[in-house]
Design a protein around this ligand. Structure first.
Ligand code: 5GP
Ligand code: MG
Length: 196
């Protein structure tokens, strides 16, 4: 379906997401350019080690990022899914992250690249990396699309970062509020009155 088809759908259903977005923080064009540059860095980093690479996206926030990123990566890979819950409908962390669905692949002696939407307090990725390391992978690296620089813990580093952003609650491009807005193509700041 072309762009015209999308506009027609928006009009006829009349449930615009735009009205809930305060401002666009990162446009779809910037996202697309950065995702392809990230894929280049990932390709260079793995080189010959891309053989047998397992990508582990953290569901559900990373789905759109994952789909775009892996289509820029030209080598064979497996994808193992993990689901972690951290926000459960709130914009502030609901305490500890919980593993909802465990990995469905064997990663022993494999290079693993974890892909997540955003690094905020780091509780989600700490949990994930801890779980993965117990399975004796050859290596574990992390790629996040966004990082909240002021909140990200200094003792927890990630290998690939799309954008460092200010400490605002963002939605779109896979990121949700109460499971909405994942399909918004840009990354935008949600109007605070919707969750305050
Ligand atoms: P952390 O565990 O690092 O505190 O939080 C990471 C998870 O919290 C992310 O994977 C994401 O699901 C959620 N999160 C953190 N900040 C935001 C945000 O600004 N917007 C949305 N939609 N989710 C966020
Ligand atoms: Mg998440």
């Amino acid at each position: 379906m072309g762009a015209a088809g999308c506009s027609a759908l928006r009009r006829s259903y009349n449930v615009p997401m735009e009205r809930d977005i305060e401002r666009i923080l990162i446009s779809r064009k910037c996202i697309s350019e950065r995702v392809s540059a990230l894929a280049d860095s990932i390709g260079e980093t793995y080189g010959a080690d891309s053989e047998g690479l397992v990508i582990v996206p953290i569901l559900a926030g990373s789905v759109i990022f994952l789909a775009d990123l892996i289509r820029c990566l030209p080598f064979k890979m497996k994808i193992g899914l993990m689901t972690v819950s951290s926000y459960r409908g709130k914009t502030t962390s609901a305490g500890e992250s919980r593993l909802i669905q465990d990995l469905n692949l064997d990663i022993e002696d494999r290079h693993v690249l974890v892909v997540d939407d955003i690094l905020d307090t780091g509780s989600t990725l700490r949990l994930v990396v801890g779980e993965l390391r117990q399975r004796r992978p050859a290596s574990v690296r992390i790629c996040v699309l966004l990082r909240k620089r002021s909140k990200a813990p200094r003792d927890f580093s990630v290998d690939f970062v799309g954008f460092d952003i200010e400490d605002v609650f963002v939605v779109g491009y896979g990121l949700d509020y109460n499971d909405h807005y994942r399909n918004w193509p840009d990354i935008g700041v949600l109007k605070p009155e919707l969750y305050e």
